[in-house]
Design a protein around this ligand. Structure first.
Ligand SMILES: Nc1ncnc2c1ncn2[C@@H]1O[C@H](COP(=O)(O)OP(=O)(O)OP(=O)(O)O)[C@@H](O)[C@H]1O
Ligand SMILES: [Mg+2]
Length: 226
């Protein structure tokens, strides 16, 4: 295995809030293109783990490498550049920018990565077509259903072809059928682009299609053997 294929590596990562240990000595290596699911009861530390990998929070101990870069060695600006270039985020409450249209939301990560307007427009058009949402580009997020907003959020997360997508309970706010469609879309899009997908979820169906399942229990991250 080449070092570059280790997209994420956690070694002895701990995270505490005051005296509350959320993670203790977590070790995890994620290879390019894997679909990893993180499960655990509410409050077990799933979002904390995703935030650590995304460089949005700092570990109390241990090291985190993303795409070969040790996060602790980066300045805040370098972390932000790494996030902007290499990561895509999908959240439970979609987090689309309400004052931007659907097309503007999708174009944003491409604009931030210096893509030309013409290139960004072409890719937005093809992403909307893939989602079966051509014609929705000029609408605002509040004019879409929850499931539609989440499809747009996935398009935005994938627009700049990030190496890694971090999804925190992306189906937590959707009905069962819509949730199934959204997970299938994420899975298909990531596999088509070779994108690594790390998803925190409570959904048992997702567990069935992931490559690996990790459980956080009593602050320990364990691989679930299936
Ligand atoms: N900024 C913070 N300050 C203090 N405690 C925090 C902070 N963020 C999270 N916690 C605590 O850390 C623990 C893990 O929280 P986290 O949000 O990671 O859980 P989770 O597994 O994502 O839960 P859920 O399934 O409800 O989303 C919780 O006990 C939470 O209260
Ligand atoms: Mg959470």
């Amino acid at each position: 295995m080449t070092p570059e294929s280790h997209q994420v590596r956690l070694q002895k990562v701990s995270k505490s809030y005051g005296s509350h240990a959320v993670l203790i000595d977590a070790d995890l290596t994620i290879t390019a293109g894997e679909f990893i699911v993180i499960v655990g009861r509410s409050g077990s530390g799933k979002s904390t783990l995703l935030n650590l990998i995304g460089g949005l929070d700092y570990p109390s101990g241990g090291t985190i490498e993303v795409l070969g870069e040790s996060l602790a060695a980066l300045t805040e600006e370098q972390r932000s550049q790494l996030r902007c270039r290499a990561l895509g985020f999908v959240f439970q409450f979609f987090n689309l920018i309400p004052t931007l249209t659907v097309a503007e939301n999708i174009r944003l990560p491409m604009a931030l990565n210096g893509k030309s307007r013409a290139e960004a427009e072409a890719r937005t058009g093809s992403l909307l077509a893939d989602l079966d949402m051509s014609g929705c580009g000029d609408r605002f997020p509040e004019e879409l259903s929850g499931g539609e907003q989440q499809r747009i959020a996935i398009a935005r997360a994938m627009a700049h072809q990030p190496a890694i997508v971090l999804a925190d309970e992306p189906t937590g706010n959707l009905d069962l059928d819509t949730a199934r469609d959204v997970v299938a879309l994420l899975d298909r899009s990531c596999r088509a682009q070779g994108t690594t997908l790390v998803m925190a979820t409570h959904s048992h169906e997702v567990i069935g299609i992931a490559d690996r399942v990790l459980t956080i229990r009593d602050a320990r991250l364990e691989e679930t053997v299936r």
